[in-house]
Design a protein around this ligand. Structure first.
Ligand code: ADE
Length: 220
């Protein structure tokens, strides 16, 4: 089962570098079908207009509901039947369990907006979910959409590099908990030692130590 992930944005080209690298590059065309759509390509308004001044006044521009509805209509021929996630600072805060949940979908749509954000009717009527990547406000939903795409892509089968199967099943067993600390050569630098257990060659003890470390890091 693969995931069709559609992202609606005003800056589709911003996603370029993300698609060229792992984990995206490893799963594109197999586990992941990523499609990028610009609201400007399907806007019913003249001259590529997509946003407007807020009713009641105030600074900034707001993404129009008719523009987003037209974009969804052109791609899905109507309102999609799958989950549509609006990226907004007012949404449910993203965490690993939500990433796992979204990574299990077969089809998923992400809506991003710039500046002041969405006309509220987009969030309440066109989207099924509102997701925030953290309690701070960015100037648009593109970085949040990229964060979500990356977090989902690395949970798809085959996303992690060859030879990491052990690690993959391990991190699954943690149910999304944070990882244990990693070390590489040199074994000692400036008097800073790599934990002895990792140099012991005793895989049972190493696994036990890693589990314990992950557990310690995962406790809120
Ligand atoms: N748009 C602006 N800030 C955001 C945030 N923190 N999460 C999701 N979308 C956003």
């Amino acid at each position: 089962m693969s995931l069709q992930l559609d992202v609606f944005t005003l800056v589709p080209h911003a996603f370029g570098w993300l698609t060229e690298r792992r984990p995206l590059a490893a799963v594109l065309g197999t586990e992941l079908d990523l499609r990028l759509f610009s609201y400007r390509d399907t806007t019913p308004l003249r001259a590529g207009q997509v946003d407007d001044e807020p009713y009641g006044g105030g600074a900034g521009m707001v993404l129009r509901v008719d523009v987003v509805a037209a974009a969804l209509e052109s791609v899905y021929g109507g309102r999609p039947t799958h989950r549509v996630v609006a990226l907004t600072p007012q949404g449910r805060q993203l965490d690993q369990p939500l990433v796992e949940e979204l990574a299990r979908e077969e089809r998923l749509t992400l809506l991003s907006a710039r500046f002041e954000g969405f006309d509220e009717r987009i969030v309440s009527n066109l989207a099924t979910d509102a997701v925030s990547i953290g309690p701070y406000v960015l100037s648009g939903g593109e970085l949040p959409a990229m964060v979500l795409v990356d977090a989902i892509a690395r949970r798809l089968p085959g996303a992690l590099s060859a030879g990491s199967g052990e690690h993959e099943s391990f991190s699954e067993s943690l149910e999304g908990g944070l990882e244990y600390p990693h070390y590489t050569r040199p074994a000692e630098f400036s008097g800073w030692q790599v934990p002895d257990v990792l140099l012991s060659g005793d895989h049972g003890r190493i696994e036990q130590w890693r589990r314990e470390q992950s557990r310690l890091r995962s406790v809120p």
